[in-house]
Design a protein around this ligand. Structure first.
Ligand SMILES: C[S@@+](CC[C@H](N)C(=O)[O-])C[C@H]1O[C@@H](n2cnc3c(N)ncnc32)[C@H](O)[C@@H]1O
Length: 416
């Protein structure tokens, strides 16, 4: 029970309210009030205390007749957000550096950078389903749309590394050709998505972190005859950062062929263009698909006769035309194709053969393993289709970890 100046708020009542708030306003692109409260509770950043309490008062006043004092609001925060000290992926006990997690998805970068002893001090992801998974694992609700001032204003003044796998759609072959065929512009000319890189550039310019760590699709380098990549590179160099880029394949760590472009740079004012960053040399791939399979999976993952027939017919039609399209029945002793965010549609790019049965899709846990997530990662916060979408969009966690390690090595030369 919370008691002050005659106001009595039964904790049960607050729980009731919290349930309601939980369902209506906690997750989503415009959730900056609850995102801020959860950032305050998680990071204990003193600068967030005042606005967190003010937002809590605003939220609570919508549900109570009583006038809500700051003290009551502060105590109620704990209930409101169902704050719990124990989270699956806590920050390291003695962090060596800080980072921000942009376009956070479900936190692939965060797991890897926390393993490198980093503390996340800000996260942003506008998809409410991805926010749910993120919250289930890190106990923090990411802020929404990073293009908005309401979001960007809460980025702390100082942090060491800006991390982000900005959306690949405008740069991927699929995205480009679809947009071209619709007669629309693409890449940086695309108003809504293409400009996202410039929000990253703006944050770098304003906050001057020591380093950035970016990820994108493989064909970023060749997109628009190399123009897109040239603009990204020149923008970052103009900002006074060094620029290193390399395409690396996640198959060194997981049984999946997943090539991505990684970009890393350091503030030249601090490192005087003399840092000696190098991307890691990756180990020979050893993981096989069978290593990530569950011994028993739900029947829902097996393709229906209808879908299986459709995929076979579709593949046959393309073969006759001389095209290579088709489903990908995997070799259990090999690697899979790249898992995409569209895997939930029919799962045709990665199908697991089964004895005396139609093939099946990967289970959600197997999808998580295919991206290198540990088995204690909570995959239950969202539906199966959302789960496929989230893992299809994700990074290969151990690959991020080894690149991150190299970045931290360089940082260590300047962090006292
Ligand atoms: C390629 S995914 C990144 C996935 C992430 N690296 C992971 O490991 O899960 C890009 C993410 O950016 C998010 N996004 C796109 N536009 C955004 C915006 N304006 N503000 C915040 N997030 C955005 C998408 O919802 C998507 O989850």
């Amino acid at each position: 029970m919370i008691k002050e100046k005659g106001i009595v708020l039964e904790s049960s009542k607050i729980h009731l309210v919290s349930d309601k708030i939980w369902k209506v306003s906690v997750f989503g692109p415009d959730n900056y009030r609850t995102a801020l409260i959860s950032h305050f509770l998680r990071t204990k950043n003193k600068k967030l205390r005042k606005p967190a309490i003010e937002f809590a008062v605003e939220i609570l006043e919508g549900y109570f007749d009583e006038v809500i004092s700051n003290k009551v609001a502060e105590e109620a925060l704990q209930y409101l957000i169902r704050f719990d000290e124990s989270v699956l992926f806590p920050k390291p006990a003695n962090p060596k550096f800080t980072f921000i997690d942009l376009f956070a998805g479900i936190g692939g970068f965060r797991i890897a950078m926390q393993k490198n002893q980093g503390e996340c001090v800000f996260s942003s992801e506008w998809d409410k389903m991805a926010q749910r998974t993120y919250y289930a694992n890190f106990g923090e609700i990411p802020f929404g749309d990073i293009t908005k001032v309401e979001t960007k204003q809460w980025i702390p003044d100082n942090f060491d590394i800006l991390c982000g796998g900005f959306p690949c759609q405008p740069f991927s072959i699929a995205g480009v050709s679809k947009k071209n065929s619709l007669g629309r512009k693409h890449g940086f000319e695309d108003e809504k998505q293409g400009n996202l890189f410039f929000h990253i550039a703006e944050i770098l310019e304003k906050h001057r972190p020591k380093a950035f760590f970016l990820e994108n699709v493989k064909n970023l380098v060749s997109h628009d005859k190399g123009n897109t990549f040239k603009i990204i590179r020149e923008t970052l160099l103009d900002l006074g950062y060094s620029f290193h880029a390399k395409v690396l394949n996640g198959k060194s760590f997981v049984p999946q062929n997943r090539e991505r472009t990684f970009m890393v740079g350091f503030d030249s004012n601090i490192f005087d263009y003399k840092e000696t960053f190098e991307f890691p040399i990756l180990p020979e791939p050893t993981k096989k698909v069978r290593d990530i399979l569950e011994s028993k999976v739900d029947a829902k993952y097996t393709l229906t006769d209808h879908l299986w027939k459709y995929l076979q017919d579709y593949s046959q039609k393309h073969k006759e035309k001389g095209n290579g399209f088709g489903f990908g029945l995997v070799d259990l002793n090999g690697t899979t194709r790249t898992m995409s965010a569209r895997y939930y549609k029919d799962g045709s790019e990665i199908l697991i053969p089964q004895k005396n049965k139609n093939p099946r899709r990967l289970s959600i846990r197997e999808s998580a393993r295919l991206q290198g997530y540990p088995d204690y990662f909570d995959v239950e916060a969202v539906s199966m289709n959302q789960g496929y979408k989230q893992f299809g969009n994700s990074v290969v966690v151990p690959l991020i970890e080894v690149i991150g390690e190299k970045i931290v090595d360089v940082l260590q030369t300047k962090i006292k």
